[in-house]
Design a binder for this molecule. Structure first.
Ligand code: SF4
Length: 392
């Protein structure tokens, strides 16, 4: 039951911030994607000037912060010319104390890989690449409206290694409409055959406002059922465990030591500063997010106005909700930390009930989700939070 709900210490004050940079350009918009990106690249140069200005503004309003992760996402960062990357990095280095061993990720589309670019990214400090492979089947890639084919995915990883990258992620999407189970296992086998140390596997989500959502609403596409998705998720979890990948977040698997340090900041409710249209930030207990429009973003920065769409100061109750939800998505909830940070003790009978139903095991104060628990981690978080919410 909840006693004192004021967080005493959620963030580690000594922890270093993560930096996110959103590159809002794609060669072609994918059918299912709801990230902010556009196909028109005519404002590329203005974007580079604007983001440098946004970073400078941040440094004028915050004490110099130490950072140990940098993540270029999008959109398609692999469209960035090295000279543009260099300009953005110069602004970041002026604004932050970026540690020499920082994890520095570039998201890459296998269809936009330029061997010379990758070498230059490496020279500029990038040490991790994340490829949106999604599938190794031509028809599935066409369905998703990806610009690459299966051969380019293999080639992208090969070229990345030639350029000196050994920390590589590949993203997969499963539970496509009508996807047979053997297609999933083939995709997993091919992914593992590339011997990358990190694999993210997401089920296809029908995001509101996307062309995919429109096709589903019109009955032209029938998404996978929850039960198919759940069976496929179990196959993914088993397969990754058999191949030595630890399941460290609901959709993420890594060989030892290759967990994504940047994404762990989001999942551990640590601080991050985001730049570029639609980018989110969370600093000193305040979260804000930028306008999802390149034109507005550029216009605001031209007049020295912050490109922020909205801000919110997280309440103690929101912090608690996020702490429970995000930690359960990593499969572990440390009840001692929960008690120390929020003064909240989870009812022992509730934990026993979850154990009896085989959703978790409870040992040394830590709730560890089973495979069955991972499938419903958000529901378990909701149950815990509902039970322990103060009466209103
Ligand atoms: S390449 Fe990535 S960011 Fe761009 S539209 Fe496709 S899924 Fe979205």
């Amino acid at each position: 039951m909840a006693t004192d709900r004021s967080p005493r210490k959620v963030e580690n004050p000594d922890s270093q911030i993560g930096i996110y940079v959103h590159i809002p350009f794609c060669e072609k918009k994918c059918f299912y994607c709801d990230f902010y990106s556009i196909e028109n690249h005519s404002q590329r140069e203005e974007f580079i000037d604007s983001i440098s200005r946004e970073i400078r503004h941040f440094s004028e309003t915050h004490n110099p912060l130490a950072a140990d992760t940098v993540f270029f996402g999008g959109g398609t960062p692999s469209l960035l010319k090295p000279a543009d990357l260099e300009k953005i990095l110069a602004a970041l280095h002026d604004a932050f104390r970026i540690s020499s061993d920082a994890e520095f990720t570039m998201e890459c589309n296998p269809g936009t890989i330029d061997t010379a670019y990758l070498s230059d990214y490496k020279t500029l400090g990038a040490n991790r690449l994340s490829f949106g492979v999604q599938s190794f089947f031509e028809d599935e890639l066409r369905f998703l409206e990806r610009i690459h084919g299966p051969a380019e995915a293999f080639r992208a990883v090969e070229v990345a290694r030639e350029a000196g990258f050994d920390n590589i992620n590949i993203d997969l999407i499963y539970a496509l409409p009508g996807q047979p189970i053997d297609r999933l296992t083939t995709n997993l086998e091919k992914a593992v055959s590339l011997e990358t140390d990190h694999i993210s596997a997401y089920s296809l989500i029908v995001e509101p406002g996307t062309p995919l959502a429109g096709a589903v609403a019109e009955g032209r596409i029938v998404p996978a059922t929850e039960s198919v998705e759940s069976s496929m998720y179990e196959i993914v979890m088993d397969f990754m465990a058999e191949h030595g990948y630890s399941h460290y977040e609901i959709s993420n698997y890594a060989q030892g030591g290759f967990e994504c340090r940047h994404n762990l900041k989001y999942w551990n409710a640590e601080q991050y500063a985001g730049f570029g249209p639609s980018a989110h930030s969370y600093v000193d207990g305040t979260r804000w997010w930028n306008v999802s429009s390149l034109a507005k973003y550029i216009a605001r920065l031209k007049t020295d106005e912050a490109p922020v769409s909205a801000r919110e100061k997280l309440t103690p109750s929101q912090m608690l909700d996020e702490f429970v939800l995000l930690h359960l998505r990593q499969g572990k909830l440390d009840t001692d930390i929960l008690r120390e940070a929020f003064g909240l003790t989870i009812d022992r009978d509730m934990i026993s009930g979850l154990e009896t139903a085989e959703y978790c095991v409870f040992k040394d104060g830590v709730i560890s989700l089973t495979k069955k628990g991972f499938k419903v981690s958000d529901g378990i978080a909701e149950t815990i939070l509902a039970k322990h919410s103060p009466a209103v």
